[in-house]
Design a binder for this molecule. Structure first.
Ligand code: GLU
Length: 259
């Protein structure tokens, strides 16, 4: 299987913004194992701004663009250093690809991106993608990595997109506020009712929240790709998904689309 795994900032980092070492080590181990089992893995990793903010000892997620971009520049380095070190322990080679909205809209640049990812996979490397936050401005921003994950999954014709987050999946209501909220195991159609279940924004350092995950689901299922939202707190969730167990919320691909 060709799998795009998106890991959100809330999964990668503690509330301080600093790296959750145990969590990231577990996720890298699981992804390495899935790759050893013959799957192709493409990682879309957030965390650049959050980790940069942590490393620069900023009190909170930066709100002004220059500080965000500076934090991303610091954090992206730290992220790739960490992934390179950890994946190397399992003999996997990582590759960094940073893109902006312009690279997606511009067809020649988009096909350069697609070709590079495909070639990296042929060469056995593990592409790690993030938005080029230090360059992206309002006009050219993709804005969140859930959407970026769906764009990447579509570009490489993935079999599955997994969004790992700090929530178990899509609930009928906000589970932090409503004790009657029920986790939806499967969504076959993204109806206006489903879109109404998106709740508020994301975590302290992250960007997304449920709204961007539904947006990503629409892109993925329309391209014929199943998408799963699952809780990344336990890396074993990746094995469970590949074993076909029911975890999180699965959005099933539109069957009328030919991949
Ligand atoms: N690209 C952002 C970062 O690395 C994350 C965007 C998001 O949280 O979705 O910090």
């Amino acid at each position: 299987m060709r799998i795009v795994i998106k890991i959100g900032t809330s999964t990668l980092a503690h509330k301080s913004g600093l790296l959750n070492i145990r969590r990231v080590e577990g996720l890298v181990k699981a992804m390495s194992d899935l790759k050893n089992a013959g799957n192709e893995i493409i990682l879309v990793s957030s965390g650049a701004i959050g980790m940069g903010a942590g490393k620069l000892s900023l009190a909170d997620k930066p709100s002004d663009i220059p500080t965000k971009q500076a934090a991303a520049a610091v954090g992206q380095c730290e992220l790739m250093y960490t992934y390179d070190k950890l994946f190397s322990e399992y003999n996997h080679t990582v590759a960094q690809i940073l893109i902006t909205g312009e690279d997606i809209e511009h067809s020649a640049r988009r096909s350069n991106f697609e070709n590079t990812v495909r070639r990296l996979l042929e060469l056995g490397a593990l592409p790690i993608i993030n938005e080029n936050d230090s360059i992206a401005t309002d006009e050219i921003v993709i804005g969140d990595n859930d959407t970026l994950g769906a764009i990447a999954a579509t570009a490489v014709n993935a079999d599955l997109l997994i969004l790992l987050s700090d929530i178990d999946g899509l609930y009928t209501a906000d589970p932090h506020k409503d004790k009657n909220a029920v986790l939806l195991e499967c969504v076959d159609e993204i109806t206006p009712e489903i879109e109404g279940m998106t709740g508020g924004a994301g975590s302290r350092f992250g960007t997304g929240g449920m709204a961007t995950k539904i947006k990503a689901a629409k892109i993925a299922v329309n391209a014929g790709i199943d998408m799963i939202i699952a809780n990344g707190k336990d890396p074993a969730v990746l094995y469970e998904i590949l074993e076909g167990k029911n975890v999180g919320t699965r959005f099933t691909a539109r069957k009328d689309d030919i991949k």
